[in-house]
Design a protein around this ligand. Sequence first.
Ligand code: MF3
Ligand code: CO
Length: 256
Amino acid sequence: MIELKSSREIDTMREAGRMVSIVLQEIEERIAPGVTTQELNERAEKTIYALGGEPAFKGYRGYPASICASVNEEVVHGIPGRRVLEEGDIVGIDVGVRFHGYYGDSAVTFPVGQINEETGHLLEVTHQALFAGIEKAVAGNRIGDISSAVQRVAESNGYSVVRDFVGHGIGSEMHQDPQVPNFGEPRQGILLKKGMVLAIEPMVNVGTYEVEILPDGWTVITKDRKRSCHFEHTVSIDEKEPEILTAWHLKKNLLR
Ligand code: MF3
Ligand code: CO
């Protein structure tokens, strides 16, 4: 069943989303060579509570942290720890906040120091793929319009899209129907209606789309150990234009 949100519920989700974007902006300023992912997690958790929210990921199916931090060949769900970020790495930071019973969910892949040109291209294309998907998130379109738009941007640039993990509906739970795959056919799938809210989250790989899960039970890595990139926004569907509830304003405008 797909939950349709009232405009008051969207107001609450906008607040949750604003908290998520504040946390991501704060993390951007702290990412540098020498920083551990655990430090980023501690900071994020403090900020979420200070803003009046709760970290949505913490305790979710036993997940032990407040953010996910996925480095290089890690796709999503990396657990923050003692790993030290190094110049040239990329780190996908995923943040979820619960506020007054509603959720916001967003992710950014950040460069650590200077990254090489190929990796910069991966980040740009994945960001572009996210926005190509968001553009299709309007009433009257179908899920497949979002999915195929994301896939087209990624694959036309020579990359692959992960199959085993997908975006999702979001609202009074973090994960709701419908699923939002990053691959599919235009005009297929459920019809989008005003009041639906979707987490659109392309996971784009340099090499194969196949992934594995590390023995920690969470961290998803690419099978070929090539790099992967993840961006995510929580987006509400309206008749005319999608509204990005987690809109972040990043300092480094490497994302054209
Ligand atoms: N944004 C991720 C998702 O939609 C976050 C899940 S991490 C978890 O699946 F720990 F909470 F599972
Ligand atoms: Co999500």
